[in-house]
Design a protein around this ligand. Structure first.
Ligand code: SF4
Length: 512
């Protein structure tokens, strides 16, 4: 962002800090503070005395200066937890009010802008995490994700949308960013254009997006974004926040009319001009070397270069890990960290020897597919939460380890603490959403609503089917029994659950 924008941002941080102090002193209500803090990527946690700050990382890029910043502040202020999120950001938790402006200010010097990271703003723009290095991709979408992010930040003070707007770029092979069901999802095509889906999203009334462009020229991406914002502002619901996200436009306008008004807005913005993009992806010039095979290693499209996947359990990055990674990466030219929506960090552009060193430094992460499961921060911290999804995941991982369930017998599961779907549970092979379950003649008990057979693979997207409610304290036992059944049949989860429908039903009936 330019210096003028940043100077104004620094003034805004001072104003925000005044509001934070007013809230801490009890002079500002929780609701009013939430309205102000969201625009700065922050919220007061459940207990009201500690705060969260969300670091926007466009395209999930944890570049060297950003990683150095994270390493420095995590160690200096002993920040925990550091939470990787499904929007490719990192949340800093349990912050004191006085630390917020300090971190915001320092972050801005390291190319991290927290402005607009929450509230009714354009959120962190996402990109397929391995774009630029992934075999089979249509093209590297990172330059477009970063240009979109800069553009949205530049206009975020001037627009007043009914709710937030999430934008994602898929490289044509890996849609873990859920481009087909975001507010706006751009999917790279082999001919250099984008397929564009709009008005999709998870949460209540989750919807697949509407295909509005088959071949959007890459130069027109900002026009498309501006047009969608125009449509959202003109037709979105400012009266009822529960129905304000773009996906409700599918109901109020209908898919056909939605496409028509979008195209009309696009034509108007194009006639106005000034938003053409002329971008060229940056080539990786590092020379590869050596060979390496490991379940956590991905061979890049650049011969002899590798990416390493590191998934801290629950997406909780140990406080000392950024320092460790920063020290290692300093000696590895062109290496970079990418935060993925499934709460994994990829370290890319490594020779085989470098990848071995990163593997050794990240051995504390997930050891099985099940341990790569996704959980939001949950109700212990999040004000909106109904269930403590982090605690639920930790209990399940412990139980599955103790039961000796082999790798592959259980899939990656997604656990959200409430219907807001921050883990993307509707798109998980198995998903859980925090809720309560009625107890005959008694008080409703803590529970999770179970979803089965969601899929976010490009071309095979589907939302999971609701199976019923499982009591919170029975969740680990349910997963253990499912894993044991698949293991006993000598199959992985995918093949077992498609071939053992009756056995699956019998197990579920015991718990749901
Ligand atoms: S799903 Fe609910 S509990 Fe979890 S982070 Fe989102 S809003 Fe909070």
């Amino acid at each position: 962002m330019n210096e003028q924008w940043l100077n104004l941002y620094r003034t805004e941080i001072e104003e925000f800090y005044k509001k934070t102090r007013a809230f801490a002193a009890g002079d500002l209500s929780r609701k009013d503070y939430k309205g102000a803090s969201g625009g700065f990527g922050s919220y007061a946690q459940r207990d009201g005395t500690k705060h969260m700050l969300r670091l926007r990382l466009p395209g999930g890029r944890l570049t060297e200066p950003r990683l150095q910043f994270l390493a420095r502040i995590a160690g200096k202020y002993d920040i925990a937890p550091l939470k990787l999120t499904t929007c490719e950001t990192i949340q800093l938790h349990n912050l004191t009010p006085d630390l917020l402006p300090v971190l915001m200010e320092q972050a801005a010097y390291c190319d991290i802008i927290t402005r607009g990271g929450g509230g009714d703003n354009p959120r962190n723009v996402m990109a397929s995490p391995l774009t630029g290095v992934q075999t089979g991709e249509a093209f590297d979408v990172m330059p477009w994700a970063e240009a979109a992010s800069n553009y949205l930040l530049s206009i975020c003070r001037d627009i007043h949308m009914p709710r937030k707007l999430k934008v994602a770029f898929c490289n044509g092979v890996d849609d873990c960013v859920h481009a087909t069901f975001r507010d706006m999802g751009f999917i790279a095509q082999a001919d250099g254009t984008f397929r564009l889906y709009i008005a999709g999203g998870l949460g209540n009334n989750h919807r697949m997006g509407v295909l509005v462009e088959e071949h959007l020229p890459a130069s027109d991406v900002l026009y498309a974004i501006r047009a969608m914002i125009d449509v959202f502002c003109a037709h979105g619901n400012y009266e009822n926040r529960a129905k304000a996200r773009t996906r409700y436009l599918q109901e109020t306008l209908g898919a056909e009319e939605l496409c028509r008004v979008y195209r009309e807005a696009l034509a108007a913005r194009k006639a106005e001009g000034g938003l053409d993009l002329n971008l060229t992806p940056k080539a990786v010039t590092k020379t590869g070397e050596g060979t390496l095979e490991d379940v956590r290693v991905i061979a890049q499209k650049q011969p002899g270069l590798y990416a390493v996947a590191y998934h801290p359990i629950g997406g909780i990055l140990p406080t000392g890990k950024p320092t460790e990674l920063a020290a290692l990466l300093r000696e590895m030219p062109a290496a970079e960290c990418r935060v993925a929506p499934h709460e994994t960090i990829y370290i890319i552009n490594l020779t085989a020897d470098e990848a071995r060193r990163i593997l050794a430094a990240t051995e504390d992460g997930a050891k099985t597919l099940f341990e790569t499961s996704v959980a939001c921060i949950g109700a212990a911290i999040c004000q909106q939460g109904v269930r403590d999804s982090q605690a639920a995941l930790q209990a399940c991982v412990k139980a599955v380890r103790e039961a000796g369930i082999p790798d592959g017998a259980l899939p990656k599961v997604c656990i959200s603490g409430c219907p807001s779907s921050c883990s993307g549970h509707q798109a998980g092979a198995i998903g859980f959403q925090g809720c309560v379950k009625p107890v005959p003649g008694g008080k409703p008990a803590p529970a999770f609503r179970m979803f089965l057979n969601g899929n976010d693979a490009l071309g095979a997207e589907q939302f999971g089917e609701v199976m019923g409610f499982v009591y919170e304290d029975q969740l680990p036992a349910l997963l253990v029994e499912l894993g044991q059944a698949a293991a006993a049949a000598g199959q992985d989860w995918q093949s077992w659950h498609t071939t053992h429908g009756e056995e699956l039903k019998t197990i579920l009936a015991k718990y749901l």
